[in-house]
Design a protein around this ligand. Structure first.
Ligand code: BGC
Length: 406
């Protein structure tokens, strides 16, 4: 038996890394997360503070990615900086993000821009956040004002990152952490509908304002796996947690799949119950089961539910202190991705989460980065995985030792 094999990807493939503004910029003081982090909140161990200081150091971040061989960079723009008070827009913040788009292009990276990645301006949060009566109109107004950022040189725009997780946070905010112990809490139903409407209306607006843009959104894909006999219960469980968000992407130009691990489901009295991984199962720094093949299942689910909307993997990665494990995980994920493509699924690209070690929503410990960042000096130190992924990007291929893909 051959013990290594090569797999290749189309030359048009997008190869990048992803970040989000709040997790790396630092001092995002007008956002709801900043307010939450600086009050006593059960979900926050430590505030984001300066984070990775990428508000100032983004040229260095991009240069490191490009020099390693990556061709694409996904980053988000921050509503709270662009509209720090309702109706008061910061031209300087818009110019900052426009400079990032142009900076990416001159560094040799194609920018993908996310319009909303978990954080809201405090003024909107005070009115009820996504459940405020005029939230969708305010979102549309913000995106229209931010238009110059994406007007030229950007091909792909992601409206909302992980709406299913946003709506889950919505429920946690209402009901508190007690709902966590019962498996993945169900996203807030009303908020899910608001997010779907917001996404579809922004998509139509962008189609009108910027006909060359390709608009989509990114769903947290959980690779649900039903044990025999639990199929129906699992489908019902997945519906509000994932399915409706993929269905909402049927008319999109592309759909983002974000995959980290799987969720195994059994049933009790016809109702789905999550099955804990067996004792001794390897877990990552976030406590999630180490399961690289999840990406294949996630992509297949997205394809089936959207009826074939082109897919981009907008996040995939692992929180680990062991960079060799990151390479092994990503090898397994890319192998599963290639297998899904071989079955006829259109996948246009892969963005690794994340370019940098960053602020993981309440704490800094789970290190997802291809680049380590010293939290006092902000010095960036690329890990071997950055050069490894950059080489795949530059050659559209990788060599897989059989043991790595398992
Ligand atoms: C989010 C990121 C987050 C990552 C790892 C995704 O849910 O989009 O912001 O850091 O997963 O938890």
């Amino acid at each position: 038996m051959k013990n290594s094999s090569s797999i290749s990807f189309p030359s048009s493939f997008l190869w990048g890394a992803a970040t989000s503004a709040h997790q790396i910029e630092g001092n995002n003081v007008a956002s709801d997360w900043w307010a939450m982090e600086n009050s006593a909140h059960w979900a926050v161990k430590e505030p984001s503070g300066d984070a990775m200081d990428s508000w100032h150091r983004w040229p260095e971040d991009m240069a490191l990615a490009a020099r390693a061989g990556l061709k694409d960079y996904r980053f988000s723009i921050e509503w709270a900086r662009i509209e720090p008070e309702e109706g008061r827009y910061s031209l300087a913040a818009i110019a900052h993000y426009r400079a990032m788009v142009e900076g990416a292009i001159s560094a040799g990276l194609r920018p993908m821009v996310t319009l909303h990645h978990f954080t809201l301006p405090q003024w909107l949060a005070r009115q009820g956040g996504w459940l405020a009566p005029n939230a969708i109109d305010r979102f549309l107004a913000y995106v229209r004002v931010a238009g110059p950022i994406i007007a030229n040189g950007v091909e792909y725009v992601c409206t909302i990152n992980e709406p299913n997780i946003v709506a889950l946070f919505g429920r946690l905010a209402k009901e508190g952490p007690s709902i966590i112990s019962k498996g993945m809490p169900e996203p807030d139903f009303e908020m899910s509908n608001v997010l779907i409407e917001a996404h579809q209306r922004v998509r139509e607006m962008l189609r009108y304002d910027h006909p060359n843009l390709k608009t989509g959104w990114s769903v947290a894909a959980q690779c649900f796996q039903a044990l025999p006999g639990a199929e129906e219960a699992a489908a019902a469980y997945a519906r509000s947690r994932e399915t409706v968000f993929f269905e909402a992407a049927r008319e999109d130009d592309w759909v983002g799949v974000q995959s980290y691990t799987r969720t195994v489901l059994d049933q009790k009295d016809g109702v789905a119950v999550t099955v804990r991984p067996e004792k001794g199962t390897s877990r990552t720094l976030t406590g999630w089961e180490y399961y690289p093949l999840a990406l294949g299942g996630a992509v297949r689910d997205a394809h089936r539910i959207t009826n074939g909307t082109p897919i981009i993997v907008t996040e995939n990665g692992i929180a680990t202190a062991d960079d060799a494990q990151r390479i092994a995980y990503t090898t397994g994920a890319l192998t599963a991705l290639r297998a899904a493509m071989d079955d006829g699924i259109e996948v246009r690209g892969y963005y690794h989460w994340s370019l940098l070690d960053n602020y993981e929503w309440g704490k800094f410990e789970p290190t997802f980065g291809l680049i380590a960042v010293d939290r006092e000096t902000f010095v960036r130190t690329p890990k071997p995985s950055l050069a490894w992924l950059g080489n795949i990007a530059a050659t559209d291929g990788l060599t897989v030792r059989q043991t790595e893909a398992a």
